[in-house]
Design a protein around this ligand. Structure first.
Ligand code: HEC
Length: 207
C-alpha cells in the first residue's frame, strides 16, 4: 500500500511539474490564446493529477516516520505555490508564474536532497569512533528506528515488526543490503561490517 502510494505520488508530481512547465513556457514565449487552449485541454487531466498528487501526499505525510521539519516546509511551499500559479495563469502574470514554478521545483528539490538515502549517506562516517559492540545499536537508532521504532516494533512506512521477524540472519542481511519496497538499500550507505553489525542487532531482537 505504502509503496503504491509512493510511486503514484512521484508520478503525479512529475506530471504536475510538467504541466506547469509547459504552461510557463507558453506564457513566456507564446500567445495567450495558445496558453488558454492548452489550459482548457489539460483541465480535466490536471484536476485528476492534482487531486491524486495531494491525496497521496497527505497519505504519505501521515504514514512516514518522523523525517524532519523539511517535510512541513515542503508542504507549506507546495500549498503556497498552487494558488499563486492559478492566479498567475489566469491573469497571465509572468512574475507570479515564475515564482510559483521556482517554489514547486524547490519543494521537489528538498524532497530529493532530504530523502533518507541522501541524509543517511552523509551520516555514516559518524560510526568511526564508536566501540564495535555498540555499532549495531547506534546504526539502528540513527538509520532504522524512524521506520522500525527504537524497539523494532514500529511499522511506519509499511515496515515490518522486527521482534516478530522469522527471517534468518542471512535473509535479513540481504534485505538490509538490497532494501525492499519502502526500505532503501543500505549496501552503498553502510560498509559490509556495519551491515553485519546492525543485522546481528536486529536479529537479536527477534529472539
Ligand atoms: C524508510 C523506512 C525504513 C527504514 C529507514 C528501514 N527499514 Fe527495514 N523495512 C522497511 C519496510 C517497509 C520493510 C518491509 C519490506 C517488505 O517486506 O515489504 C522492512 C523490512 C525489514 C526487515 C525484514 C523483516 C521481515 O521479517 O520481513 C529487516 C531485517 C529490516 N527491515 C531491517 C532494517 C534495518 C537494519 C534498517 C537500518 C539499517 C532498516 N530496516 C531501515 C522500512 C524501513
Amino acid at each position: 500500500m505504502y509503496t503504491g502510494m509512493l510511486h503514484t505520488h512521484t508520478l503525479m508530481v512529475m506530471l504536475f511539474l510538467l504541466i506547469y512547465l509547459i504552461k510557463t513556457i507558453l506564457l513566456f514565449f507564446s500567445s495567450t490564446d495558445k496558453l488558454a487552449g492548452f489550459s482548457k485541454k489539460i483541465k480535466v487531466p490536471e484536476m485528476i493529477i492534482s487531486t491524486l498528487f495531494l491525496a497521496t501526499g497527505i497519505y504519505l505525510a501521515y504514514n512516514t516516520g518522523n523525517v524532519g521539519s523539511w517535510l512541513y516546509v515542503k508542504i507549506l511551499v507546495v500549498l503556497a505555490s498552487i494558488p499563486l500559479a492559478v492566479v498567475a495563469f489566469k491573469k497571465g502574470n509572468k512574475v507570479l508564474a515564475l515564482i510559483s514554478l521556482v517554489l514547486l521545483i524547490y519543494a521537489y528539490g528538498i524532497s530529493e536532497t532530504k530523502s533518507p538515502t541522501f541524509k543517511m549517506a552523509s551520516m555514516v562516517s559518524d560510526y568511526e569512533g564508536v566501540a564495535s559492540e555498540q555499532v549495531g545499536e547506534k546504526i539502528f537508532s540513527e538509520q532504522c528506528s524512524h521506520c522500525h521504532g527504537m524497539d523494532g516494533r514500529g511499522v511506519l512506512s509499511g515496515a515490518k515488526d522486527l521482534t516478530a521477524s522469522e527471517l534468518s540472519l542471512d535473509d535479513k542481511i540481504t534485505i538490509i543490503n538490497n532494501g525492499k519496497n519502502a526500505m532503501i538499500p543500505y549496501s552503498k550507505i553502510l560498509s559490509a561490517d556495519q551491515i553485519e553489525a546492525v543485522g546481528n542487532y536486529v536479529h537479536a531482537m527477534a529472539e
